[in-house]
Design a protein. Sequence first.
Lengths: 272, 343, 263
Amino acid sequence: MTTVALPRRRASGAARPSVAPGVAITYLSVIVLLPLAALLWTSKKGGAHAFWQAITAPDAVAALKLTLGAALLVALINAVFGTLIAWVLVRDSFLGKGVINSLIDLPFALPTVVAGLTLLTLYGPNSPIGLNITYTRKAVVLALLFETLPFVIRSVQPVLLELDREMEDAAASLGARGHTIFRRVVLPNLLPAILSGMALAFARAVGEYGSVVMLSGNVPFSTEVASVHIYSQIQSDYVTGAAAMSIVLLAISLAVLLSITGLQRWSAKHDR
Amino acid sequence: MKRVQVHIAAAALVVVSLAALAAACGGSGSTAGASPKQKINLVAYSTPETSYAKLIPAFNQTSAGKGVTFTQSYGASGDQSRAVAAGQAADVVHFALEPDIARLVDAKLVSPNWDQGQYKGIVANTMVVFVVRKGNPKHITTWDDLTKPGMQVITPNPFTSGGARWNIMAAYGAQLKEGKTPAQAQQYLSTLFHNVPVQDDKASAALQTFTGGKGDVLLAYEQDALLAQESGAPIQIVYPPQTIEIQTPIATTVKASAAATSFVKWLYTPAAQTILAQTGYRPVVASAESAFSKAFPSAQTPTEFTIDDVDSGGWDDVMTKFFDPTNSVMQKIESSIGVSTSS
Amino acid sequence: MIVRLGLRFIALAYLALLLIVPVTIIVVHTFSGGLAPVWNSLTTPDAVAALVLTLKITLITVPLNTIFGITMALLIVRRNFRGKALLSALIDLPFAVSPVIVGFTLILVYGMNGWFGSFFIDQGYPIIFSTPGMVLATMFASLPFVAREVIPVLREIGTEQEQAASTLGAKGWQTFRRVTLPAIRWGIVYGVVLTTARSIGEFGAVAVVSGNVIGQTQTLTLRVSQEYQNFDHIAAYTAALELAVIALVTLFLMNLFHPRKDH
């Protein structure tokens, strides 16, 4: 980080009571933490036994396995293709690049039901290109790939833009080939951003409902994802079960997000 | 330095928050508490929307209905019932099955006497039918055809959809009517569900799945199917030899206005029942029955049984026996599917 | 070069299959009956009410989440305290929360049998099944974006300029307005665009808490779903296209004001 030796105004960490962080944290608490606290409380309401029963029921386990497996796969696919697309958008130049660049964020704006509709039209029984993969596990992955498309791309793009080309040029002048330069010079610098994008994609994929419920078929033990399972428990008035599953999903996502933040801080310390 | 920046930002946050929440609350309009005399909040399941589009203007023409305004909300029956239980404003509720009203009785929002009237709280009927591709290429005519190997049956998930529950009780009840024992009837359900490749979360989604090209036969409400046919979907209705009579319940909430009670009373008049018949429902009032056959001349009337014929304990009993997510007939069947199809 | 063209091809093919062709389908389906049905769908009172409600919710959510995001970014980057990593992860958590769960938890808190529900309902200002609940759900879903975009930029610019300004006598607010803010403005702009896009597109959580009252608590996304179920496909796709257009306009404006540093 910066190491300019300017005299500081006051000692860092001086205890001037500040209300601002408190207000912001209150905002966070009301919007996010309060609902999550209610969720946690509801999941515990039936006691530890009910909690355990809800999350170890065979169909719950199957749903969790499918969800986590698909989310992981999607994170990995995004890591590869996301980096590739970011590279092309930053380093390449062609007609319509600006338009394509703008389109990347569309999954954030399109309601999941619309995404589901169009993917269904395109890759379903009446597919114009003859590719019918709906109501299978592949369809889960397809829906998730659409919804998580922007994460790695938008994570990597700014880093690529800031990247100093000198090192790459130096490596080239020393005789390194393209893919070696990429692997040994560029990739290490991109890795924190890629991992960060992957973590977000994973977290998002784990919770996705609207597009998956339309495409996957929702057959328990086969194509039912965790969010659909939770919904069916709510609909069956099995509130503690729904809350328990939700807490498990969130805990896993939180763990993934924390580990990535930790990784980023570690890499920032070891930077330059 | 930075503390001041953060201070200002936080102060702005507080001010804007309060202003915004005030605007939002003010803008939304108060929907709590008893409605004024001339307003009715109607909360219904999804398919009566087309019926109420005609019923409400007709009601406004009557002396009891002059000047009465409505708000309308339509959605999946279970979702709507749950919403009202959680606080959504409602004067009249019209759902797809009785447990969704029972939930409101438990929540003390609907009087326990709601089903004591002449029509037992049922305002319109329909039934479970088979929906097949135009021309019925697979020649589906009986419940046994559904369990043939390779047949693909579309029905929603019984744990999320009221429609699915009617479908299952229709299938089960038909087996009993054919003389099978309960154990054999349950075995039939198991075989049937092994032929179900997709379980949508709602009945409307199942209809979309079928019209989108998946499956050989869809189990659906007759009324939904009639509406779909009218809007040009390439489907045709096949009436099973026996099927269940779907009785859709209606009730007013305890805090409902006088206008709401008049409205529900009016719904049993021949004029209102005729409109219901013209929009695909089977009327509960005998004099309106000809309106249905006039509007839908190709409709048949198979042998019908009710939920009480299937299980004398009614829906209460059925919900526990068949649809408890932790331990029930359907839960066991879903598990057995999983064991055989999980890869 | 072959590699360059190859990469470009793969990238575009992937995007075509996943993004471009689906969007084209929306456009095609919308106009499949000509312009008249589209115009009708856009101008019915219920459609207009849905659009107004969507915009209203967005106009409340975006400024609040923006201020929150900037505040949190300043906190996380410029301060050191225990639990900072946890706070950062908590801000990202809304990404992970399924919309089914968001609606569910809001009802647990503000529903009639919830923690505070009866309080609000008795006062005549119900949260759930009314605009405030929908705003809360949307705020939740779009919370992380501004913070996420501003944090790396804040880190990148470092504290040199701010320290320089303060040694030259600038007061706190001045430094913020004239040094920090301009430096992070592209992060903010991009975060705002993403927040807007997300708010407009929010469906699942809002569906649970809205009550879906036609003409009153139905957003554009809910309208898409409802119209599709009613077999009014043109109306559904029209609303969907409307949403996509709003999103694209926001993105376009962003790109107009912020040509990326493509050297």
